[in-house]
Design a protein around this ligand. Structure first.
Ligand code: 13P
Length: 364
């Protein structure tokens, strides 16, 4: 019977909806600081540092001890497992530092991307087996939302039906396990920017991926009011010769969502996907200025586009911690303004400037 399924009980609906709405409150967004050990290693290597436990701890300490104003712009931080259990030099656990700033701790709960057998270099994401157990423990340890990243690729014959079905289904199963454990799932079907495709192709693929994703979320009885979507923006491919202007990116992206993202979803928290810091801010701003129906908050959940200047300003030196924290505050404020359509292009100059942050076949 098509009606033989249940909504979550009212208390759970309430809890999930409140968390999701707090994350996408006006002018607020997410700092994605959930780089895996190896990805963080690459970031540290870029500034001449070794990838040690302590180097990673010191860097996250820098982020989370930024002055409390950070909480005016950042509502949530996505952590990697080891960071949840690390402490600042004075012994304060990292989640406590976030709480003091009014920031909700979240967790990357997937365990990484793996190849799809027989496909044209496509992939799925693993980590379902013990997910329920891990979510139950994370909730006890103060985590209220989670992220799971799936990757889709634009090519002549991709994304394939195999990868569309598989990635939508694994995201939906993940989302349902999170909700069963009182954790808000951020659903991230990232379409990589790699390729020389044009804007329209990216829009069509985005519409297709979102259609599969929301069908699967429905199949798995996921409570949409207690979820967030973390998508790519609709842009031309990184190797395309015709780059789209911000109003075109905004139109194509908002149009794709109008067609595919139900209004019950409280918010869309974009990944930056290799755009420069300034580009990611300007495109987000353009989306919020775009006229037309936008029943969801449109905000940020940036990794590279919130941290490139911070890492550069820090350079691994204690005497630069304050300067690096100032970079984080500046960029967070710029994105907070963009999330309500009030950012003035060029008004914030970061250390990383307009440098593109594209990484081929990006892994997290
Ligand atoms: P970028 O903003 O660097 O694309 O990463 C955000 C993220 O969390 C990807 O999963």
């Amino acid at each position: 019977m098509t009606t033989n399924w249940n909504y979550p009980d009212p208390a759970l609906q309430d809890e999930l909806r409140k968390i999701a709405n707090a994350i996408v409150a006006p002018g607020k967004g997410i700092l994605a600081a959930d780089e895996s050990v190896s990805t963080m290693g690459k970031r540290l290597q870029d500034i001449g540092m070794q990838n040690s436990d302590d180097a990673r701890r010191k860097y996250r300490q820098l982020l989370f001890t930024t002055c409390p104003t950070l909480g005016d712009y950042i509502s949530g931080v996505i952590l990697f497992h080891e960071t949840l259990y690390q402490k600042a030099e004075d012994g304060t656990p990292f989640p406590e530092l976030l709480k003091q700033r009014g920031i909700i701790p979240g967790m990357k709960v997937d365990t990484g991307v793996v190849p799809l057998f027989g496909s044209n270099d496509e992939c799925t994401t693993q980590g379902l087996d013990d997910l329920g157990k891990r979510c139950a423990q994370y909730k006890k340890d103060g985590i209220h939302f989670a992220k799971w990243r799936c990757v889709l690729k634009i090519g002549k014959h991709t994304p394939s039906i195999q990868s569309l079905i598989e990635n939508a289904n694994v995201l939906a199963r993940y989302a349902s396990v999170c909700q069963a454990n009182r954790i808000v799932p951020i659903v991230e079907p990232e379409i990589l920017p790699d390729g020389d495709h044009d804007l329209v192709t990216c829009q069509k693929v985005t519409e297709t991926v979102l259609a599969y994703t929301y069908k699967a979320l429905w199949d798995h009885n996921v409570y949409l009011e207690g979820t967030l979507l973390k998508p790519n923006m609709v842009t031309a491919g990184a190797q395309s010769s015709c780059k789209a202007a911000p109003p075109d990116v905004a139109r194509a992206t908002v149009e794709a969502f109008q067609r595919r993202v139900p209004p019950a979803v409280p918010g869309v928290t974009f990944l930056s996907g290799g755009q420069s810091e300034e580009e990611a801010t300007i495109n987000l701003n353009a989306m919020n200025l775009h006229p037309g129906k936008k029943p969801w908050a449109l905000t940020f959940s940036y990794g590279r586009a919130l941290q490139a200047s911070v890492l550069r300003a820090w350079g691994g030196k204690d005497e630069n911690v304050k300067a690096a924290q100032d970079e984080l505050l500046k960029r967070a404020k710029a994105n907070s303004e963009a999330a309500v359509g009030k950012y003035v292009a060029g008004s914030v100059q970061g250390k990383a400037g307009e440098a593109g942050l594209f990484i081929k076949d990006h892994a997290y």
